[in-house]
Design a binder for this molecule. Sequence first.
Ligand code: ATP
Ligand code: MG
Length: 307
Amino acid sequence: MGDEGILVKVKDLVKIYKYKGGEVQALRGVTASFPSGKVTCVMGPSGSGKTTLLNLIGGIDIPTGGEIFVGDVKVDELSSDALDEFRLKYVGFIFQALNLVPTLTALENVELPLMISGAKGKEARKKALHLLDVVGIKDKASRYPEELSGGEQQRVAIAIALANNPPVILADEPTAELDSVNALNIVKLLVKLAKELGKTIILATHDPRVAVKVDRILRIEDGKITGEFRPIDLERGATPPESSGLPQVKLSELIKMRLSIVEEEMNDLETRFRSGEIGVEEFHNKLTKLKAMQEALKDLLTSLGTS
Ligand SMILES: Nc1ncnc2c1ncn2[C@@H]1O[C@H](COP(=O)(O)OP(=O)(O)OP(=O)(O)O)[C@@H](O)[C@H]1O
Ligand SMILES: [Mg+2]
């Protein structure tokens, strides 16, 4: 293990999204802490603020009010440049929509973030292979994402999140597209990584089957933390929060349009990267932002009950 690990804390966190015609209070004063060495699951219904909370902790988005501490870093006070650096050093993201570049092999996908943070060819390869070993798919290093199962792709995504050895891993519905067996395996892997590597792992889900395997569960409802469970409580039959979509229709059309624009931009970006027009760093930065946007839009759609 070696390192001490990092404590993540949020205090009175508020997030208000403004959009044309209204605003949504996504977080209404969230106070919570997340210890290292453990997977804390944030569980709650669609639209309750899980993704928002993760995005704020990970510096993808900025809070309307309140404080965020990641170890000694006060994330809510960072400038936009400092946030870029913070994300690179401190946070590994695992999204439901997989982080993988389809035109790169599993190994190359893991090498990408290593090279961005300065690892040279051979060293990057060696580290990437090691990471694929850690997540149990070293033997499939030369496969392309589409040649891997959903569970295997998610393992590659975890290897990528681990690449720069960040102390914090944020996983937003990382098992949503997996069957139960694969979903449980991924969660077990995360619990093991938290324990063995001393990572602070925060996992958002509304799936109680996933939640029972983690170390700790925080329940979030309507932008507020409403309870803390031990997984065993859930197994004993305490009622988990249920999904409830908010029926709003027209907004969803707008979101779908935004989503298709984001997807076009992603294709475009990839074309420019492959043709050599832009470098690997720019490609990765922009792709990360587009993916975050795509994820937020998809979540929004899900929360509206129209995905
Ligand atoms: N970019 C945005 N603009 C406007 N409203 C947003 C935005 N992102 C999220 N929201 C709203 O904020 C609230 C919380 O959304 P969030 O995505 O955090 O929920 P969630 O718990 O992750 O839901 P899900 O389980 O569906 O992923 C919802 O009401 C959602 O509609
Ligand atoms: Mg979400």
